[in-house]
Design a protein around this ligand. Structure first.
Ligand code: AMO
Length: 428
């Protein structure tokens, strides 16, 4: 028998009644009632009821649930409450046997903890809740690409194997590269900035790597970042781009992904816009008034962000950070050089994105590298580009995995990443 499907299950309509179809999927349920058997067949698009009668039923034998089958049969009306149509089977072929018992229950009747599910991730994709999370992730990516393209950003792909640190500092994974030392990119920072020379507005959606020994629900060693960089824009312009992107993602998924929201048991609420813009100085004042010991120039600790997050629930920008807390490529404010043209996008206490206006003057950039204890000669390739007519530019990077957790109302990024990598997890 051929195993090429004629239809996905969701494509079965009343026009097909009386016609022959070939479906392919996996058996979610199988009930043998003497002369007849009922199979619940699932594929990525939905579920269908299959009726097996006569000789075919007698020859049916044992088929474990979750085995993959191809079923040829005639579409007919049904009295079953949960189905619109059923298929009267003519041929059934088992294409891929499933062992029994399976290590996780794809129906979700028996709940497994996240580690067990991650250890058997492919099978976990047959769980409708998990599959819906990844369908949502797909629609989020689709929405991001559409909005950025409409705003005239070009999608680029920068190298992930690099010769020197893009963000400076620690957190670098190193590897042996034909007798030389190479690193896994922490971000596309230097390349995306360079691209503004000719392409003006660029974006990248790729995985990046941080050797952070963190064991939290929001840190991974490999995460997906959405990055933009735009010539002739200031930090407030790229904040506008970021806000409209987040709004579009929420609107698009809340309107178009009703079934997925039902499957995950979470209603996507479109946030209020415009997002509040709170300065770092304001935050420090708010923290002081809460009795926290904090001075200008101190970084905001997790405990501080929890307090700030409670005062400003949902999305807000935290702007104008002290320059010394920001990376070498961030530009100072002209009116106060101790402050920077920078921001983070927060969702309550959770940092989703950071960005800012960049230094585009090569001399100032060299000085800033030195001030931060970095060696300008390590950034030679990058600095060269600043002598070729570098436009003023701004950009940001946003963690897609973190954005997904806000969208679906969970607090562990591992739920929204297929095969998460963290200090304890390198397999599967
Ligand atoms: P930053 O280092 O703040 O900025 O990273 C930007 C965003 O990426 C996400 N992120 C992570 N997500 C999961 N696990 C991690 N270990 C992790 N590290 C970062 C966060 C964070 O807000 N080059 C700059 C951006 C720019 O200025 O354009 C940068 O990388 O959501």
């Amino acid at each position: 028998m051929v195993f090429v499907k004629t239809h996905d299950i969701s494509e079965i309509t009343s026009e097909l009644i009386g016609k022959q179809v070939v479906l392919g999927g996996w058996i979610e349920d199988l009930r043998k009632l003497g002369k007849m058997s009922f199979i619940t067949l699932r594929d990525i698009s939905g579920i269908s009821q299959i009726i097996v009668k006569g000789q075919l039923n007698e020859n049916l034998g044992e088929i474990n649930r979750q085995s993959v089958v191809s079923i040829k049969g005639i579409v007919q009306e049904t009295k079953a409450r949960d189905f619109k149509f059923e298929i009267n089977a003519e041929e059934i072929e088992v294409l891929g046997k499933a062992i029994h018992p399976l290590p996780v229950d794809p129906i979700g009747r028996v709940e497994s903890n996240i580690d067990t599910r991650l250890n058997h991730r492919a099978l976990d994709m047959r769980n409708q809740k998990t599959a819906s999370i990844f369908k949502l992730r797909h629609y989020v990516l689709q929405s991001l690409r559409k909005t950025l393209s409409e705003k005239k950003f070009l999608e680029i792909t920068t190298p992930k194997i690099i010769g020197s640190a893009s963000e400076g500092g620690a957190n670098l994974f190193s590897l042996e590269y034909f007798g030389k030392k190479a690193y896994l990119a922490q971000s596309p920072q230097l390349y995306k900035e360079q691209m503004t020379i000719g392409l003006e507005r660029v974006f990248e959606i790729s995985n990046f790597y941080r050797a952070e020994n963190s064991h939290t629900g929001r840190h991974l060693s490999e995460f997906t970042s959405i990055d933009i960089e735009a010539a002739f824009m200031d930090y407030s312009d790229v904040m506008d781009v970021l806000e409209s992107l987040v709004m579009e993602v929420y609107k698009y998924t809340s309107e178009n992904c009703k079934q997925e929201q039902e499957n995950i048991g979470h209603k996507i609420e479109v946030p209020k816009s415009p997002f509040e813009r709170v300065t770092y100085n304001q935050c420090v004042e708010e923290l002081k008034s809460e009795g926290e010991k904090i001075e200008f120039g101190d970084d905001l600790l997790d405990s501080h962000l929890r307090i700030i997050g409670e005062k400003h629930p949902g999305f807000f920008f935290l702007t104008d950070w002290p320059l010394k807390l920001k990376p070498f490529y961030i530009r100072a404010k002209d009116e106060d050089p101790t402050l920077s043209r920078s921001f983070d996008l927060q969702f309550g206490y959770l940092e989703l994105s950071s960005g800012g206006t960049r230094l585009h003057n090569p001399e100032m950039l060299r000085n800033r590298l030195k001030e931060q204890g970095l060696d300008p000669s390590q950034f030679g390739d990058h600095l060269k580009a600043f002598d070729w007519g570098m436009p003023p530019h701004s950009g940001w990077g946003m963690g897609l995995d973190r954005l997904m957790t806000t969208l679906i109302g969970i607090d562990n990024v591992r739920e929204v990443v297929l095969y998460p990598r963290d200090p304890d997890r390198l397999h599967p």
